[in-house]
Ligand binder design. Structure first.
Ligand code: ZN
Length: 162
């Protein structure tokens, strides 16, 4: 069995074209990402969409075919079963911190604090802040323009009265 093109397309769109483990997007990497079997095929994992995770090459490489062999073995975070903010906290410096044991293991195994990722996260945070500041400036400029128009109208009215 292999993943059908339809399933692959579904997984890609569902992930919003970004790695579900680290968040890097196709736009960032300049090409398609890979499809990872959360439960590896070698451990009996299926090709069903529910077992598939859209993943960048690095995350897929580091995760490899890891599978918890028993109840006590550490697990890799499954993006299918819980949202990232239940496991990870993103700091302004671009590092992510673990909130759960699963996250501790996932960060270590997938090297989610690799330097280029931290740089990428910092840049994204800065761009978001810049956009917010730009938007605020735009609103202030608009408000000033409206106030200017109102003053101009008032002045015209006063002149007519005189
Ligand atoms: Zn990734």
């Amino acid at each position: 069995m292999s993943i059908s093109p339809e399933t692959r397309a579904h997984v890609r769109v569902r992930a919003n074209f970004a790695c579900e483990y680290c968040g890097v997007s196709e736009r960032d990497t300049g090409g398609d990402l890979t499809v990872d079997h959360y439960q590896p095929r070698t451990a009996g994992g299926s090709d069903d969409a529910e077992n598939l995770v859209y993943a960048c090459h690095r995350c897929n490489l580091y995760k490899s075919d890891y599978w918890a062999i028993d109840e006590n073995a550490p697990r890799i975070w499954n993006p299918r079963s819980s949202p990232p903010d239940e496991h990870f906290w993103l700091s302004n410096n671009g590092r992510i911190y673990a909130l759960t044991e699963t996250a501790v293991f996932t960060i270590r195994r997938l090297r989610l604090n690799r330097v280029p990722l931290q740089t990428h996260r910092r840049r994204t945070l800065e761009q978001t802040a810049e956009r917010a500041m730009f938007e605020q400036t735009r609103q202030v400029v608009e408000m000033l323009a409206r106030t200017g128009e109102q003053q101009h109208r008032l002045l015209e009215e006063q002149q007519q009265l005189l």
